[in-house]
Write a protein that binds this ligand. Structure first.
Ligand code: SAM
Length: 197
């Protein structure tokens, strides 16, 4: 079995129990919904059960969702079809088949990090397109997210990935101050492909 097969089997087992109805959009999308276009093509990359994709499609965006897990994609596709949503769910290894250049108006990634993919994500934004990213940080006061530090962001790392884009939102509070308050254990980014003058 290859590493990719192992990974797929791990996520398939996890999603076998999950319900699409319980999957929710990530905080950065909901909180900054006012920044999103009303129309256009959206991608939910490493979508899992597709909380982001369903939310984007319900807002009228022509939405594509990719994940390694056939179990998750099967459940998401079934839900989208039942509700006649503009959503195409596809089993796809985003590392082997990253998005094409200039192909999406919105790209959302939540709770997934592969540093090698970042340049392709930025290249895949159309002019004016938004990258909405939310994932775990190394600095955290809680036990949420992956145990392996390699799958978590270092301070300011997400901000650096978006170099060249216009930063609309960046939130990362580390362990500063009262860690029972605020956004902890995650970084949030909304950045736009725009002409910077
Ligand atoms: C922690 S889950 C996050 C799912 C969803 N984005 C969310 O926020 O609930 C990580 C997801 O990444 C997917 N994944 C891991 N490697 C991938 C790859 N190379 N291409 C596509 N999906 C991948 C897994 O199958 C899993 O569904």
């Amino acid at each position: 079995m290859s590493d990719a097969d192992d990974l797929q089997a791990k996520w398939d087992a996890r999603y076998a129990e999950g319900r699409v109805e319980d999957s929710a959009p990530c905080g950065v999308l909901v909180e900054y919904a006012h920044l999103l276009p009303r129309a256009g093509r959206a991608l939910d990359l490493a979508c899992g059960l597709g909380g982001n994709a369903l939310w984007l499609a319900r807002r009228g965006l022509d939405t594509t969702a990719w994940d390694l897990s056939p179990v998750a994609i099967g459940k998401l596709a079934g839900c989208a079809q039942l509700q006649a949503l503009p959503l195409t769910a596809e089993v796809r290894d985003a590392l082997k088949q990253p998005p094409s250049a200039r192909s999406f108006d919105v790209i959302v990634v939540s709770r997934f990090l592969d540093r090698a993919l970042m340049p392709a994500l930025i290249a895949a934004l159309r002019d004016g397109g938004l990258l909405c990213y939310q994932t775990f940080t190394r600095e955290t006061p809680n036990a949420n997210g992956p145990a392996c530090a390699a799958f978590r962001l270092a301070p300011n790392e997400l901000l650096r990935f978006a170099d060249g884009l216009r930063i609309l939102v960046y939130r990362e509070e580390g362990l500063v101050g009262d860690t029972t308050q605020g956004l902890r254990g995650e970084a949030w980014l909304v950045a736009q492909r725009a002409t910077l003058t």
